[in-house]
Design a protein around this ligand. Sequence first.
Ligand code: ZN
Ligand code: ZN
Length: 680
Amino acid sequence: MLQVTASSSLQSISNLYPFQICNNPIEPAQLHALSIKTATFNDPKISSRLISLYTHSKTHTLDDARQVFDQMHQPTLFSWNTLMKSYVENQRSQECVFMFVEFISLSGFTPDVFTLPCVIKGCGRLMAVKEGEQIHGLGLKLGFGSEVFVQSSLVSMYSKFNDIDSARKVFNGMSEKDLITWNTLLDGYVKCGEIRLAKELFDQMKERDVVTWTVMVDGLSKCGNVDDAKKLFGEMPKRNLPSWNAMINGYMKAGDYGSARSLFDQMEDKNIITWNSMIAGYECNTRFSEPLKLFLELLNLGCVPTHSTLVSTLSAISWLALLNKGRWVHSYMVKNGLELENVLGTSLIEMYCKCGCIESALKVFKVISKKKLGHWTAIIVGLGTHGQAKHALELFNEMLRVNIVPNGITFIGVLNACNHAGLVKDGKRYFDMMINEYKIEPTVEHYGCLVDILCRAGQLKEAKNVIEQMPMKPNKIIWMSLLSASRIYKNIEIGEYAAQHITKIDPKYIESYVLLSNLYAATGNWDKVSHVREMIKKTGVKKDPGCSLIEYNNEVHEFVVGDKSHPQTVEIYDKLSEIRDILKSVGHVADKSQVLLHIEGDDEKEAELESHSERLAIAFGLINLKPGIPIRVVKNLRVCNDCHSVTKHLSKVYNREIIVRDNSRYHHFKDGLCSCMDYW
Ligand code: ZN
Ligand code: ZN
């Protein structure tokens, strides 16, 4: 305990300069009280040190320090500097800059060599370009142009502003440069993508530390130059965690997940950034089953996932439509009190939509109290793709009512919804609204939606006009919409026109030949059907084997066409023959027009249809999932006509909701109908 004897003892305490970081929580407050009691508070030496103590104290906030400052009759230059510096160091840069303005107009002091670096740092953090340049000018006027502290903070500030030329100018004028300044400039070059100049600087450097090397490895990795990154990584005299992480990122960016993984396995110390690099890397490289495995592994090790861990994991789960896994991650989030009012809410809504569970997506949407654009967009897009057009448009209008400004993706959701509901007029109106009211330039996706709206309504000529007048080159998807509509509306002329364009873009795209052949078959042009088959043979491309996934008992069961490898194969084929009898009794006639393999006999064609992967998955679902539980299947290809009408029957006969996500949309089969209204 400090004894309150006389002001001299306090004086002697305050002479213990420099003051050490005060670990004892009572000390600053005690000194404060003491200084008031002994009427020494106004001694600039004492109050300055009090501020210093408060700013370093773990139990006091900067606001306490500020209070002392505000009570001082005449704050010293030291106090001004201490407080400004503390603001920057505690991520309160704005207060630092405000205080500097106050300092210039009120303090009566001239900034010194300690004042400027911290304000410059603050400007850099705030990206306050104009203020930063003004302070630079002031520094020159005051004669600090060649002060190393000031110069190196300017190099850092201009690098942050992406103004690498100004950074270089200051750098070149420096008579002595420390390694930190070299590294700062190097980092600046890397951040603005000037990798060649960065390499030049790197080669010039006489001294390099682990930061230098890591910045370079990271830069090369980020610009996709993984070979050079690997070379440097190999040459590094010493590596730290960020160096390993940078290299892993490099491999993942280059799609070399094998090398990334082997590096990952070699690492003894990993941090959450390492895990995130791996998880996001796998997700970007469409290795969707890996992120979840890693996520579980990191939880087992007691690591705490960050937002980006969860976002990548949920995205991977969405691609595989692993609803139960998704629910599990959701409950993890709830248990750990993670807020949904940010990107996590959006991820969760998207996950439920992509897993075909729109009800849960809506539930999540409803509990988010401060809904942002991302949340609204995710739910509107989700409802749109699930065929719940009315609901999607209602929410869109509500969103406008609460003054949330839509973006381009929101409009994709809106246009999709109009498409599903066959709302041609509304679709056109929203398209115009997007351009004229919200000044959003339509992208190729928006045109794709508009074309599809017209196609679905059978307005093929108008759709063709839109395609021909688009400002950008139409893509394969748009031509496929037109071709697919031509098949449905039996328009050979436009169908052939679309198919020609697809062949120009992607001569080996088999789905377009399949559609064209279906169109010919539907219009009885059998010569042309065999001609298309010849063309397919010539391309030498085999159709991707159909593949369907279904989740059961926390496992993903995968079926390819004609699959007989599943342990329950016997039961599955028994179920299929039961289904065959049922279909017969309800008068179903197999639609063989889409069987395009070299299969001749009718029975064989029927057998081929029967073993389509989604039917195996649905049969598996009927056997294993309890009555009332919807069957959810994800398929890699477009659902064929016959499977579509069979699934409709099955939904009615077995009184089962069946949700199939194919490569273009969702089909909700219920009571003998599909949400796509037979257009896909
Ligand atoms: Zn099929
Ligand atoms: Zn459908």
